[in-house]
Design a protein around this ligand. Structure first.
Ligand SMILES: Nc1ncnc2c1ncn2[C@@H]1O[C@H](COP(=O)(O)OP(=O)(O)OP(=O)(O)O)[C@@H](O)[C@H]1O
Length: 369
């Protein structure tokens, strides 16, 4: 039986794509074409089949085609074993993004339960050297793909923290109100932290399982000040203890929102941030493949969006990546400016050529000559 995949994808007024309809057979998809031809835009459309702001972290109104201003829509048929699901997500001008699954209104978190979507984009080349926020987002996306309750726990945590921050800013001394919010933060925050810890354990185990050309990373979650108390009860007590310190800071300083993800190239003992650009990319590829393997242990498979990943890898690693993607049976969407970058894939992939004319992208299924 084939892995979960998109059977068809239709875009309407999505960035440079006025109207596009693509049919897929479950093989990886290699998308090639010149700069600005709409390749990343297509991957971004697929990333909107998961919760959040997609792989460019764009606001919904940004992704509607500029010339039209009529809103945008992405529709897909998702094959999950013997069952197909119709998924639609769209936003009308000035309105929030909506989701429908099999014709019924659904939440964005329902998308995550249907099919996980993982991605690597060029902006993530700086993941290990820039601020902790990007690394937390990367970790949370991995976590959500393995623990579907993670999205709800994160939302509950953020909501309680926002309310506590408001009390802190207002200088409130209402101990009962603080205690209620701190108990909610401790409950949801402990869940968030546990899910993340379990995720890095699974990613490390999944890296160790396969002999690949990609380096294994030792991962750890760290905190800038106090470590996170290990139980819900101790965490609630910790929040009470630091209440007046937090009031001076005007915000909560203790919790999973301060976490950072550290990675070390295990065999060399070198921190990811001190590795070369290509090595950092190889570490990310290693983690994303480990993530896919861990998802497969749960009996499903993610969609993988790899934007311009081939350009950074030497030919040996490129071939290894393709072998791994094909071995896992993943529907990976991969972009490159030239078809030659996919030579090692041969007929194991479906090929689409992207071209742009008058600001509108066109996609044609075409095997490289
Ligand atoms: N909202 C929008 N409406 C219309 N066109 C848009 C919109 N947003 C971006 N574009 C256009 O889409 C094009 C970029 O497409 P995309 O990023 O998919 O290119 P690409 O093929 O991935 O290129 P590269 O190889 O350079 O990464 C640009 O020409 C940009 O102006």
């Amino acid at each position: 039986m084939s892995q979960p995949h998109l059977r068809h994808l239709a875009l309407s007024q999505f960035r440079s794509h006025a109207r596009a309809r693509l049919l897929f057979d479950g093989r990886p998809v290699a998308l090639w074409g010149p700069n600005g031809s709409g390749k990343t835009n297509l991957l971004e459309a697929v990333s909107f089949l998961s919760p959040g702001r997609g792989l460019r972290r764009a606001a919904s109104e940004e992704v509607g085609r500029r010339a039209e201003g009529v809103g945008w829509k992405v529709a897909a048929n998702v094959a999950l074993g013997p069952t197909d699901h119709e998924v639609e997500t769209q936003a009308l001008p000035g309105e929030a993004r909506t989701v429908r699954i099999d014709g019924k209104a659904a939440s964005q978190l329902d998308l995550a339960r249907l099919i996980p979507v993982l991605w690597l984009v060029p902006a993530m080349d700086r993941l290990w050297t820039e601020g902790a926020e990007g690394r937390r987002r990367f970790l949370d996306r991995a976590t959500m793909s393995l623990f579907p309750d993670h999205g709800e726990a994160s939302l509950a945590y953020e909501k309680a923290m926002r309310e506590r921050n408001r009390l802190l800013k207002d200088g409130s001394r209402d101990a009962h109100w603080y205690a209620a919010l701190e108990s909610q933060m401790a409950q949801a925050g402990t869940q968030v932290a546990r899910n993340r810890e379990a995720t890095i354990a699974r990613l490390m185990a999944a890296q160790g399982q396969a002999e690949t050309a990609f380096p294994a990373a030792a991962l750890a979650i760290t905190y800038p000040e106090d470590p996170l108390p290990p139980t819900e009860e101790l965490y609630a007590q910790g929040l009470e203890r630091v209440r007046w310190r937090d009031m001076a800071a005007g915000r909560s300083l203790l919790g999973p929102h301060r976490a950072d993800l550290e990675a070390v190239w295990a065999a060399k003992g070198v921190a990811a941030r001190d590795c070369s650009t290509g090595e950092q990319k190889a570490l990310l590829v290693s983690l994303i493949l480990a993530n896919a393997r861990a998802i497969e242990e749960d009996g499903t498979a993610p969609l993988l969006l790899l934007d311009e990943v081939a350009a950074h890898l030497d030919p040996g690693r490129r071939a290894a990546l393709y072998d791994e993607v094909c071995g896992l049976g993943l529907q990976a969407f991969m972009t490159g400016t030239e078809p030659g970058l996919f030579a090692e894939l041969g007929n194991r992939a479906q090929y689409w050529e992207a071209a742009e004319e008058g600001g509108v992208s066109h996609l044609t299924e075409r095997s490289p000559a």
